[in-house]
Design a protein around this ligand. Structure first.
Ligand SMILES: [Zn+2]
Length: 141
């Protein structure tokens, strides 16, 4: 039996409108991703409590590149031979920059700094138990 499940548990939601899950400080409302606990990283804040919060599903390309060479493990190649994929650092309205792969079918030619992208969840790789998914950034037409 196989199943589809996130490659990293708890970092994002799935479904029709998937979203990254961050932590919002209950004292100063600063938002962090990945989720955090302990002490607020805002140096002006002494907050210690956080609430899970879904992050904005759309952001703007802050920087981007592509991986022309196959990354080392734990990266699992999905094609043989390896095919380069694009990576985008996306600035969200919350003030965070979140790195991710670019949705399948898109490459660096489809990206430019400042362009709007939307979060999607796509397969990252498959193993013996099923398909593992990850968030990716898809250019908004
Ligand atoms: Zn805080």
């Amino acid at each position: 039996m196989t199943e589809t499940s996130p490659a990293i548990e708890g970092w994002f939601t799935t479904g029709a409108e998937p979203a990254l899950v961050g932590s919002r400080c209950t004292t100063c409302a600063s938002t962090f991703f990945p989720r955090t606990q302990g002490f607020c990283r805002n140096p002006a804040c002494d907050g210690e409590e956080f609430a899970d919060t879904p992050l904005s599903r759309r952001g703007r390309v802050w920087s981007y590149t592509d991986a022309q060479y196959q990354p080392p493990a734990p990266y699992v190649a999905t094609t043989d031979p390896y095919e380069p994929f694009a990576l985008a650092a996306v600035e969200l309205p919350e003030g965070l920059v979140v790195l991710g792969q670019v949705a399948s079918g898109y490459g660096v030619a489809d990206l430019e700094v400042g362009a709007e992208v939307e979060l999607v969840v796509e397969p990252l790789y498959s193993d013996e138990t099923g398909v593992r998914t990850i968030w990716k950034w898809r250019p908004v037409a």
